[in-house]
Design a protein around this ligand. Structure first.
Ligand SMILES: *Cc1c(COP(=O)(O)O)cnc(C)c1O
Length: 388
């Protein structure tokens, strides 16, 4: 029998049929009137997904790491000070990227599974007076979600621009770019945006565009330079074609299709669905006696979960869960990668998907001879999902 399996890793995720159909269309010219219209609408829709009125969207071929690279290349010059609030692997990557462009980076860290305290971050801002403060909304290595609004407000009070890595969060976890005063948010297509890998997405506030324009020297990365891409994004939004580098036409068609689905659901409903499905999964893991990487429930992300293997169970659980029809991911933090696994619940994830995942994990645990009350995890999840 051709067994269907459910992909529950933190990107790529399961994609909607309408999105996959858009990719399969005959490729139009990037200057054809219908494509110009589609790209223009996608740029406008992105603003609604990031909940910004005046952000400048950039849609560029590449992965999430390119989106981070674009933010760093355009916003810092050698000697600029940057404070990075680190919650794991991807925060550290962002710090490296800023250093590569000559920034003087101060990284504020906490234990794995914790977020740095507000007071510690404030002290770093007082001590260094940075141009930028950088955070990862959901660090995919730890499943920790930070309070973006709180940190962005702190950055603003200290005259710093705020930069958010939203790769594992945007369009899933609550995020309000204008209301929270976030200057730059970067993400990628293959996570909660729900489009196959290949698009780097960046949303830039007018203040951050001013900081870019005030640079004393040209951007040291030709492909990433806003100067090359801004006229193209402005042209398509004005429903005119533009050319700097050939856009990934079919991926843009897919992005357009996915953004329509996202906005049809509505951002508030989408935030709520993600939050409840996360809470249901996390309640199930707790009920099964599995500890989670985030130290407290309020740090657990809306888009993914990081869960320790119970005693006497190791990463062979992943293979057993796969045989039960659900694909989940192993750990990512080098110092503890073999001790936990990660489950994504973002994009078009449904109550049924998460119950199937909890069921498969339960059957996997059974096959690992882990002792627990069969069905208790599903019951705990069902109680939470009853509120969906
Ligand atoms: C996946 C991810 C990235 C990197 O994105 P790629 O598309 O793999 O380059 C960066 N940050 C976070 C938080 C992520 O989850």
């Amino acid at each position: 029998m051709n067994q269907r399996s459910l992909l529950m890793v933190p990107g790529p995720i399961e994609f909607e049929p309408a999105v996959l159909q858009a990719i399969g269309q005959p490729t139009p010219s990037h200057v054809s009137p219908t494509f110009v219209q589609t790209f223009g609408e996608a740029l406008e829709d992105l603003r609604q997904v990031f909940l910004t009125d005046d952000g400048q969207p950039f849609v560029i071929s590449g992965s999430g790491t390119l989106a981070m690279d674009i933010a760093a290349a355009n916003l810092v010059e050698p000697g600029d000070k940057v404070v990075v609030v680190s919650t794991g692997y991807f925060s550290e990557r962002f710090a490296d990227i800023f250093e590569r462009y000559g920034a003087e980076v101060t990284t504020v860290r906490a234990e794995s599974g914790e977020a740095p305290a507000e007071g510690v971050v404030e002290q770093a801002l007082d001590d260094h007076g940075p141009k930028l403060m950088v955070m990862t909304q959901v660090d995919t290595s730890t499943g920790v979600e930070v309070d973006v609004e709180e940190f962005a407000t702190l950055a603003d009070e200290h005259g710093a621009l705020s930069v958010v890595d939203g790769v594992c969060a945007t369009a899933g976890a609550e995020f309000r770019q204008s209301a929270w005063g976030v200057d730059v948010c970067v993400t990628a297509s293959q996570k909660a945006i729900g489009v196959p890998p290949g698009l780097a997405l960046v949303m830039v506030s007018p203040q951050a565009m001013e900081a870019y324009e005030a640079r004393s020297a040209a951007v040291q990365n030709y492909y990433a330079d806003f100067a090359n891409w801004l006229p193209i994004m402005q042209a398509y939004e004005a429903r005119r074609p533009g050319y700097f580098g050939t856009p990934p036409v079919n991926l843009v068609l897919a992005l357009h299709a996915s953004l329509k689905l996202i906005l049809e659901e509505g951002m508030e409903a989408r935030f709520r669905r993600h939050r409840l499905i996360a809470r249901a999964f996390q309640a199930a893991m707790e009920t099964l006696g599995l500890r989670q990487v985030p130290h407290s429930p309020d740090l657990r992300a809306a888009t993914m979960s990081a869960v320790y293997y119970p005693e006497d169970v190791d990463s062979s659980l992943l293979g057993k869960v796969r045989e039960e029809g659900v694909i989940v991911a192993g750990g990512l933090l080098p110092q503890m990668a073999g001790r936990y696994f990660r489950v994504s619940h973002m994009g078009s994830v449904s109550a049924n998907d998460i119950l199937a995942t909890i069921g498969a994990i339960g059957r996997g645990l059974q096959r690992c001879d882990y002792e627990f009350e069969l069905g208790a995890g599903l019951e705990a999840a069902q109680r939470v999902l009853g509120r969906l």
